[in-house]
Design a protein around this ligand. Structure first.
Ligand SMILES: [Zn+2]
Length: 364
C-alpha cells in the first residue's frame, strides 16, 4: 500500500493509485500529488451536498413512489419487496458555462398560395436565429458512469430531444429541496468535510478538470445542435460558442434501491420477474431514475399472448367451420407481429420522475 502525508495537516494515510485528487481523512483537504516531483497542490473549491437520508427514509420514498404508480395500491406491501439499498457520495466537476448558439436552416411554408410562383425553393422559408443558455453542467469525476445504476442519463431535457450522454445541468436535474423554498440541491453545498456525508462512503476523484471540461463542451454542443434541429425543417448550419465561467468539485449524495415485484395474480406468468432499481437523490429526496415494475414490454407481452391464442383459435375455426375465419386469423397475427416488434425495439422509461428547478434563463 502507498502512504502519503497530507499537504495541509501532515497526517499520513493510505491513498488509492487511481485517484487524481487525494482526500485527507483527517482534515478533509484535497490535493493533487505529482508522483515524479513529489509536489502537492492543494485544491481550493471543493464542496459537498450533505446526505439527508437513511435506509428507513429511502424505504418510505420507495413505497410512496410505487403506491402512486401501481394500479392496486392496497397490494403494494404484498407484491413489492425491497431487496437492498445503499448510499454513496459521488464527485462531480460542476462547470459554470454560458453557451451561445447560432443556427440557420429552411422550413416548409405552412401556406403556399396559387400564383406565388412554383419554382423550386419557393415553398421553403429560410430561417435563422440564436439562443443562449447558462448551465451548471455536471460531469462525473469517476472513470465509469456504469459503476452505479442510473447515472448514465440523468439529463432529461425539456425539449423533445434524445439524450445519450452522462453530463447534466445540475439545477434542473436533481430536484427541488422540499421545505427550503425552491432551493436547488446546489444551494445546499458546504465546504467539503467527510462528516457532511452523514455516513455515506465518499467516492474518490479520478477524472481531471480538463477532461471534464472537454466532455461537457462536447455534450453541450450536441445538445444545442439537437435543440436547433427542433426549430427548423432542415438545419444547415449551427455554431455554439461555449464560455467556461468557472469549475469546481462537488460531492453529491445518491441512493440506489433494488426491489422485486412478484404479482399474485395470473399476470405473474407474463412478467419476467426480476430485480428492478430506483435512483434517489440523497439531499432533495427526488426519484431521479426508475425501472417500472411493469415495463411497456410486459404489457405488450400480454397482448402478444392473448392475440396469439386468438389467432390459433380462429385458424382452427377457419379449417373446420368456415374459411372466412382466415380473415380473423390474419388480423390477430398482424397484432402479434406488431407486439413482438415493439417488445424488441423499445426501452422502458418512466415519464414523470421528479424534477427540479431550472436555470435556463438566457445568459445576459
Ligand atoms: Zn489532512
Amino acid at each position: 500500500m502507498f502512504q502519503v502525508s497530507c499537504a495541509a495537516c501532515n497526517a499520513s494515510f493510505e491513498y488509492n493509485v487511481d485517484d487524481y485528487i487525494h482526500l485527507c481523512p483527517f482534515c478533509s483537504s484535497g490535493f493533487i500529488l505529482d508522483l515524479e516531483e513529489g509536489a502537492k497542490d492543494i485544491i481550493g473549491d471543493h464542496f459537498i451536498v450533505p446526505n439527508r437520508m437513511d435506509r428507513e427514509q429511502v424505504e418510505g420514498i420507495f413505497y410512496d413512489w410505487i403506491t402512486n404508480r401501481y394500479h392496486r395500491p392496497d397490494k403494494v406491501k404484498n407484491e413489492f419487496q425491497i431487496l437492498g439499498s445503499y448510499g454513496i457520495s459521488l464527485p462531480y466537476w460542476v462547470i459554470s458555462v454560458e453557451a451561445h448558439t447560432f443556427w440557420s436552416g429552411h422550413s416548409q411554408k405552412a401556406n403556399h398560395y396559387r400564383g406565388q410562383g412554383n419554382e423550386y425553393g419557393a415553398r421553403f422559408l429560410k430561417e435563422e436565429n440564436r439562443f443562449s443558455r447558462r448551465y451548471r453542467w455536471s460531469v462525473l469525476a469517476r472513470k465509469s458512469p456504469k459503476e452505479h445504476w442510473g447515472l448514465e442519463r440523468l439529463h432529461h431535457p425539456k425539449e423533445d430531444v434524445l439524450v445519450d450522454w452522462d453530463g447534466f445541468p445540475l439545477d434542473e436535474t436533481l430536484g427541488i429541496v422540499k421545505g427550503a423554498g425552491s432551493a436547488s440541491v446546489y444551494d445546499a453545498r458546504q465546504m467539503f468535510k467527510f462528516d457532511h456525508a452523514n455516513g455515506l462512503t465518499i467516492s474518490g476523484v479520478q477524472v481531471k478538470e480538463s477532461s471534464a471540461i472537454s466532455r461537457a463542451k462536447d455534450q453541450i454542443q450536441e445538445y444545442h445542435r439537437r435543440i436547433a434541429k427542433t426549430k427548423v425543417g432542415t438545419l444547415y448550419e449551427h455554431r455554439t460558442e461555449i464560455e467556461i465561467v468557472g469549475i469546481h468539485l462537488v460531492h453529491l449524495p445518491f441512493w440506489v434501491v433494488r426491489y422485486s415485484f412478484a404479482p399474485k395474480s395470473a399476470f405473474r406468468f407474463l412478467t419476467t420477474a426480476r430485480e428492478r432499481r430506483l435512483l434517489v437523490q440523497g439531499h432533495s429526496l427526488a426519484v431521479l431514475e426508475a425501472e417500472l415494475p411493469l415495463s411497456s414490454a410486459d404489457k405488450v407481452m400480454t397482448n402478444l399472448v392473448v392475440c396469439g391464442s386468438l389467432a390459433v383459435l380462429s385458424l382452427g375455426l377457419a379449417l373446420f367451420v368456415h374459411p372466412l375465419f382466415f380473415l380473423v386469423t390474419i388480423v390477430f397475427s398482424g397484432v402479434c407481429v406488431l407486439s413482438a416488434w415493439k417488445i424488441f425495439g423499445r426501452e422502458k422509461s418512466d415519464s414523470d420522475v421528479g424534477r427540479g428547478a431550472d436555470l435556463q434563463e438566457p445568459a445576459a
